[in-house]
Ligand binder design. Structure first.
Ligand code: E4P
Length: 231
């Protein structure tokens, strides 16, 4: 499963892209509205940093407006994926943009029926919002499972993108259910790093190595000889 970062913050993308784990990013109007700066510049900077698909959302509520915004957004950067909200207008825009060769992320999908419609409209990504389902006491695991199971037999090329992830367990669930992508906020990506045994293990290795200073000198020499030989 590919990991995307869900953010409008260039600083967050800069930090986490450095880990080498990001395949793309998702933004939305709410995330971008929290940021200073011009949205187009932010989107392009994120595209350059992740070097992969970056979703940028239309805001019009009419298909015609969504298509116009989607075409303009797609020209910002080759990595831009146009996000359209799930609605009849969103479906029509998704079909028109997909027919133009523009990749679409159909967002705000909360059921297998909506996912089936999004796939038929040509969506490249179908975003199912897990956290918002859990918020209203609908089991997001059941819904995502149903979406994956409904789409697979038809051989659709649409990818299921687990979104609205609130904790690391959502990420694991998305992977186990066969989602192609999970988009997580920086906070959740940070939480995924943590395990007390890892921290304790690193501390133990460092302490044991320090007990043998001559070994430290040996490794330093090894690095220096290699650097000298390669220059
Ligand atoms: C996905 O693309 C959305 O931007 C996002 O995951 C929404 O998450 P939220 O429900 O935490 O706002």
């Amino acid at each position: 499963m590919k990991l995307f970062i869900d953010t409008g913050s260039v600083a967050e993308v800069e930090e986490i892209a450095g880990w080498g784990i990001l395949s793309g990013a998702t933004t939305n109007p709410s995330l971008l509205a929290k940021e200073d700066g011009e949205p187009g510049e932010i989107i392009c900077r994120i595209c350059d940093l992740v070097n992969g698909p970056v979703s940028a959302e239309v805001v019009s509520d009419k298909a015609e407006g969504m298509i116009a915004e989607g075409r303009a957004l797609s020209e910002l950067h080759e990595h831009v994926i146009v996000k359209t909200p799930f609605s009849t207008a969103g479906l029509a825009a998704c079909r028109a943009l997909s027919d133009d060769g523009i990749r679409v992320n159909m967002t705000l999908v909360f059921s297998a029926n909506q996912a089936l419609l999004a796939a038929e409209a040509g969506a490249t990504y179908i975003s199912c919002f897990m956290g918002r389902l859990d918020d209203i006491s609908i089991n997001s695991t059941d819904v995502v499972r149903e979406i994956v199971e409904a789409l697979r037999p038809g051989g659709t090329t649409s990818q299921v993108l687990a979104a609205s992830l609130r904790h690391p367990e959502h990420v694991v669930t998305a992977a186990r259910l066969g989602c192609e992508v999970a988009t997580a906020p920086a906070k959740v990506l940070h939480q995924m790093l943590d395990h007390p045994l890892t921290t304790a293990g690193i501390d133990r290795f460092a302490a044991d190595w320090k007990e043998r200073p001559e070994f430290g000198e040996w490794l330093k020499g090894l690095v220096e000889s290699r650097a000298a030989a390669t220059h």
